[in-house]
Design a protein around this ligand. Structure first.
Ligand SMILES: Nc1ncnc2c1ncn2[C@@H]1O[C@H](COP(=O)(O)OP(=O)(O)OP(=O)(O)O)[C@@H](O)[C@H]1O
Ligand SMILES: [Mg+2]
Length: 266
């Protein structure tokens, strides 16, 4: 059974893209068939995956435009494959679909479409995700039509929350959106888990840990530490599993095992 997971938080810079990429690789290393989709016009996941240009064609944009405007599109062409070789000499492959900057225009165009929140759901049908174990979708930091489209199409959502005081502000908004989706679409999008990110040894970080536990929502045991290697890995366009002596790779593996229902690494 395919599980479609959105990585979402309307707050910017909380580690959505870092989580999509590295959790995706971690799941692929556990022999799961993984598809990553970049649904953010900033195209940061696309950059992380090694594609430089924000103008690159054969992107999610082309697929969504084709559905909105009813023009033909070779959907299979949008799926690319990447082989990853880790520093421990493990290899895995994963499939991915890129974003480009034109996705912002497509988001505006959805407004005029019939069933404007169902365009992405139709897109997933067109590309046929049934062969994948996991489809992970990186989303943009705003509660607009694109994020709504992704959430409506997803089974569950991972909500990364950073370790600053303001972190839990806005959590209510995304949870309300999930409740609205349940009411209007009669579809429950499960909170797979709140994921505390950028954790350091400060009182702020500890307060966030306590606050997340008190929400009553699923919270991952694994938390993501604040480490410079995240930035290095993004700049080098390599997952943390391809970086020497990476501490984040251990944590993302632990997170993958939690999601697979196995033991967390602690
Ligand atoms: N664990 C970490 N420790 C330190 N820096 C991190 C960590 N994870 C991500 N970063 C860095 O923090 C910045 C924001 O991370 P990321 O791009 O993953 O967040 P985002 O939620 O996707 O942002 P946006 O809302 O803009 O899409 C990036 O520069 C990234 O390299
Ligand atoms: Mg991002």
């Amino acid at each position: 059974m395919t599980k479609t997971i959105a990585i979402a938080n309307q707050k910017g810079g909380v580690g959505k893209t870092a989580t999509t990429m590295n959790l995706g690789v971690a799941l692929a290393l556990e022999n799961k068939k993984v598809l990553l989709i970049d649904a953010d016009p900033q195209a940061n996941l696309t950059h992380y995956l090694g594609i430089e240009s924000k103008h690159e064609v054969d992107a999610l944009t082309d697929g969504l435009d084709s559905i909105i405007e009813r023009i033909p599109c070779s959907f299979k062409k949008l799926i690319r494959t990447k082989t990853i070789k880790t520093k421990n000499n493990e290899t895995c492959t994963l499939d991915y679909i890129i974003a480009n900057k034109y996705l912002a225009g497509t988001e505006l165009a959805t407004v005029h479409a019939v069933a404007s929140e169902k365009i992405f759901t139709k897109f997933l049908k067109k590309i046929d995700i049934t062969n994948y174990d996991y489809v992970l979708i990186d989303t943009r930091p705003s509660l607009g039509k694109l994020l709504l489209n992704v959430l409506v199409a997803s089974d569950s959502v991972i909500i990364p929350v950073d370790s600053k005081n303001s972190a839990v502000e806005g959590l209510g908004e995304i949870v309300k959106t999930l409740t609205d989706i349940e009411e209007f679409y009669e579809k429950r999008v499960v909170v797979e888990g709140l994921l505390q990110t950028m954790v350091n040894n400060t009182n702020n970080a500890k307060e966030v840990t306590t606050t997340l536990k008190n929400t009553g929502l699923n919270t991952f045991k694994n938390t993501i530490p604040l480490l410079n290697e995240a930035e290095t890995s993004y700049k080098q366009q390599k997952s943390v599993f391809e970086v020497k002596n990476s501490r984040l790779s251990t944590v993302y593996k632990g997170l993958a095992l939690e999601i697979l229902g196995g033991q967390c690494h602690e």
